[in-house]
Structures are given as structure tokens and as C-alpha cells.
Ligand binder design. Structure first.
Ligand code: NAP
Length: 256
């Protein structure tokens, strides 16, 4: 069990977009341990098959996956297909995003649109179809994985700006949704390391920037784990978040 309190997530219909590795895979494991019904999306079928066996072993009540590139499809039609196949979701977690995109702060619209779509707008487009049936039913949890970069505004400017936009979406649209029973929120991780991640490669290569980064930017003096991010997501997915509308929650080892 990731958390000891009963989160009431057993048999909840949960969609996780960006579920094959890293933080998303940790989130799948967390929901599996809570015996949720999981639908997982990513591009790599090979990895999704691994996630499937992990999830079923961890206690998922059911597991299905769809291989899809959300940067290359009609995201509204894809969301419609998911609703038709799996029904209205209780919980949606949008995890796709990242900073390994153009770092050219003087780049043009192509670079900036890509950063925005990857970190926010592809998910927002899906929400335009996934949220209305939640409103009709009077219940839903929509959780975006943002980043502490959204408020620290350091590092790749395109990434930080895109996540700041995502946070603004959560705050403004979350307020509109607050009376409907749908909680829209984000979790903002600090730097997280896992097998194969950016920071994992730097740690294994003994790069001095690792110690430098931790000393200056993450007061806890270590990297976070996908499980530590998943814990916050599970809480927000539960009924226990019923007074936490439109919030962006740092889970960042005291980022500074
Ligand atoms: N890692 C950190 O330190 C950190 C810190 C703060 C915030 N975050 C945020 O946390 C989220 C996850 O980060 P991560 O480091 O775990 O990333 P990651 O290792 O790159 O994993 C991203 C997940 O999304 C899937 N994905 C990527 N592009 C996709 C696409 N076009 N269509 C469908 N699925 C796609 C990937 O699977 P496939 O490759 O199989 O498609 C994978 O499952 C991101 O939003 C990131 O900005 C991460």
C-alpha cells in the first residue's frame, strides 16, 4: 500500500495519460495498489505490456491500455473513443509533458506551440470531451502533472512557461468547475529520479551538476521518487480532496 488511509479508490474508473514509464508508471502502480480499474495511454506498447503485468500483480481491479501518440492524433476524437469504450471516468491523470524540448528562448511559434501542446494543450483538448460527462454526473477528479518550474520559472524557458500556463488553466477553469463536483488540480513535482531518467543518467555518469543542483535547488538534498508524486495524486483522486478545487500542489523536496 502506498498510503495507509482508505482512499476509496477501489473499482474507480481511472484514465492515466502518459503511463508507461517514470512518474506515470509510478502513478499506475499507486492506483493498482488501491484496486482501481485502470486505462493507460502511451506510445510504447512494449512498455505498456510491462506496466500491465505490474499493475495486475499490484492489485488493479482491471487494466487496459491504448497505444496512442497524443501529439499526433485528434485528441478530442481520441477522448470520445475512450468514453465510448470505457465509460465516464471517475479520475483522469494527465502526465504527458517534459522539458526535453526546444530550449531556444528566441524560437518561433513552432517551438512555443510544441511546448504548450506537449505540456498543456493536448490534455486540455481531451478535457473538453472528458469533463462534460463528469459535470453531468456531478463527480470527477482531473489531475495534471505540472512542475515546480511553473512557479520557480527556472531552467528551460519554454518548459517553465508552458507549465505556468497549465497552472493558470487549473486555477481559472478549476474555479469554474468547483461548484460542479469536479475537482481540477495539478501536482507540481520537484526533480524526480528513476531508472533511465535525465537525472538518473547524470547520477550514474557522476556529473558534478547533480550535487550542485541538489545543494542549491532542492533543500531535502535528494531526488524525489515516482511513488512520492503518486501519493499526492492518489490523495487528490480520492473523496478526501473534496475541498481542494483549482489548486496547484508542490511535491518538491523544498525546491528553492
Ligand atoms: N522527472 C522529473 O523530474 C519531473 C519534474 C517535474 C515535473 N515533471 C513532469 O512529470 C511528467 C512526467 O515526467 P517524467 O519525467 O516521468 O517523463 P517521461 O519519463 O518522459 O514519461 C512520460 C510518459 O508520457 C508518455 N508520453 C510521452 N509523450 C507522449 C505522447 N506524445 N503521447 C502519449 N504518451 C506520451 C511516455 O510514454 P511513451 O514514451 O511510451 O509514449 C511516458 O509514459 C511530465 O509532465 C513532466 O513535465 C517531471
Amino acid at each position: 500500500m502506498v498510503l495507509c488511509m482508505d482512499l476509496g479508490l477501489k473499482n474507480k474508473n481511472v484514465l492515466i495519460v502518459g503511463a508507461s514509464k517514470g512518474i506515470g508508471r509510478g502513478i499506475v502502480k499507486g492506483f493498482a495498489e488501491e484496486s482501481a480499474k485502470i486505462v493507460a495511454i502511451a506510445r510504447s506498447e512494449e512498455l505498456l505490456k510491462e506496466v500491465e503485468s505490474e499493475a495486475l500483480q499490484s492489485g488493479a481491479s482491471s487494466f487496459a491500455y491504448e497505444v496512442k501518440d497524443i501529439m499526433e492524433c485528434d485528441t478530442q476524437s481520441f477522448a470520445d473513443e475512450l468514453l465510448q469504450k470505457y465509460g465516464v471516468f471517475d479520475v483522469v491523470v494527465h502526465n504527458v509533458g517534459g522539458s526535453l524540448i526546444s530550449r531556444d528562448h528566441l524560437g518561433g511559434a513552432d517551438d512555443w506551440n510544441y511546448a504548450l501542446k506537449f505540456n498543456a494543450v493536448a490534455a486540455i483538448d481531451m478535457n473538453s470531451r472528458l469533463i462534460p460527462p463528469m459535470i453531468e454526473r456531478g463527480y470527477g477528479r482531473v489531475i495534471h502533472i505540472s512542475s515546480i518550474s511553473a512557479i520557480m520559472l527556472r531552467g528551460n524557458p519554454l518548459y517553465a512557461s508552458a507549465k505556468a500556463f497549465l497552472n493558470a488553466y487549473v486555477t481559472t477553469v478549476g474555479r469554474q468547475l468547483a461548484p460542479t463536483g469536479v475537482v481540477l488540480c495539478s501536482v507540481m513535482p520537484g526533480a524526480v529520479a528513476f531508472e533511465g531518467s535525465y537525472w538518473d543518467k547524470s547520477i550514474k555518469a557522476g556529473e558534478p551538476k547533480v550535487e550542485d543542483f541538489l545543494r542549491h535547488h532542492q533543500a531535502v538534498n535528494r531526488f524525489g521518487t515516482p511513488e512520492e508524486i503518486a501519493n499526492a495524486v492518489l490523495f487528490m483522486a480520492s473523496d478526501k480532496s473534496s475541498f481542494m478545487q483549482a489548486t496547484n500542489i508542490p511535491v518538491d523536496g523544498a525546491n528553492m
